[in-house]
Design a protein around this ligand. Structure first.
Ligand SMILES: [Zn+2]
Length: 330
């Protein structure tokens, strides 16, 4: 009983911390954990293909994963981290200010989140009177993220915030939760994105959702997270009954191990929130769970007509559900 009380108190503290987190972040109109594009001078901040830098590009469409960032508020630091949707072997990357001798100098790179470097990875995001934002490293409010022809840099900013420092921050989180029955809030994860796999060296490229608060998620009804069209639906020995939906925003999401085949057929349109199947344990699965993954452009190797999944372009789906706190199973 004592243990249960302790767990309950711990849960309440987590909930309190989470709501504080979001409330504090929302004062600027930004929802902590949401997915955003950052635009300055009509061009979007872009993570370059070599994964090590950030530039400002007009060419790539703004639905590209390289132009989407998760803004996460850290209440203990009172500042934001700017995560890229890109990851390397499931390891998160953040926007990072280049430093020399521990002083912020110029330019932006994209680094693995660990080791944590507060001077380089924490930002204040300040809303300006025109609705745009100034983004300054927490360690130095006299400089700000700047749009320049050669890419994003960090420059000294004066009292007047010139247009090169003014960023438009637009939310692109428009997904709904993947379970639709009222009261179903399955958020317990057995394998997070990036979890090491038992066999082989590659990492887990999706979320394995195993339970809700009161028990198993057997039979839970699943819905499409956004508008799109069915890319594939079928059965395979590994994925079991599965459906892959190409969303209109460019991403492809897959739901694996379903109880039965989906009622939706290949190429048919699906609406956000529309019923697509039920949680099962078909295929290579050891218990009732939903494997949900999210792929960027090039979901399938050899184009969209081959069913071999291109795991190298999978991204963590969790940031698309900023209101949901996924917890790992103990
Ligand atoms: Zn999985």
């Amino acid at each position: 009983m004592k243990k249960l009380t302790a767990i309950l108190i711990a849960c309440m503290l987590v909930l309190l911390a989470a709501s504080f987190d979001v409330a504090a972040a929302e004062t600027s109109g930004i929802v902590s954990g949401g997915v955003y594009t950052l635009t300055c001078g009509g061009k979007n901040l872009t993570v370059s293909a070599d994964k090590n830098g950030a530039g400002v590009s007009a060419n790539a469409p703004d639905s590209s994963w390289a132009q989407r960032f998760v803004l996460r508020y850290d209440s203990s630091e009172n500042a934001y981290r700017i995560y890229t949707m890109l990851s390397e072997n499931g390891r998160r990357r953040v926007l990072d200010i280049i430093k020399k001798n521990k002083k912020v100098v110029a330019g932006c790179s994209v680094d693995i989140y660990n080791p944590i470097d507060p001077a380089a990875q924490l930002f204040n995001i300040i809303k300006l009177t025109n609705g745009k934002f100034k983004i300054s490293p927490k360690s130095n409010p006299n400089v700000a993220l700047t749009f320049s022809a050669s890419g994003a840099s960090v420059e000294t900013c004066g009292r007047s915030v010139s247009s090169a420092f003014q960023w438009e921050i637009k939310s692109v989180t428009d997904w709904q939760y993947m379970f639709i029955t009222p009261g179903q809030i399955a958020t317990t994860i057995s394998d997070l994105f990036g979890a090491p796999r038992v066999e082989g060296s590659s990492r887990h490229k999706g979320l394995d959702i195993v339970a809700e608060r009161r028990g198993k998620i057997k039979g839970y009804t699943l819905s499409s997270v956004a508008d799109g069209a069915v890319l594939y639906e079928g059965y395979s020995k590994t994925a079991g009954n599965y459906i892959a939906i190409k969303l209109n925003d460019g991403f492809t999401v897959r739901y694996l191990h379903m109880m039965n085949r989906s009622p939706k057929k290949i190429k048919s349109a699906v609406k956000k929130g529309e019923y697509i199947g039920n949680v099962g344990t078909s295929g290579n699965s050891t218990g009732y769970h939903l494997h949900f993954d999210c792929n960027t452009i090039g979901a399938y190797r050899g184009g969209e007509n081959s069913r071999t999944v291109n795991y190298s372009t999978c991204v963590d789906p969790a940031p698309f559900f900023p209101g949901i706190k996924f917890t790992a199973r103990r």
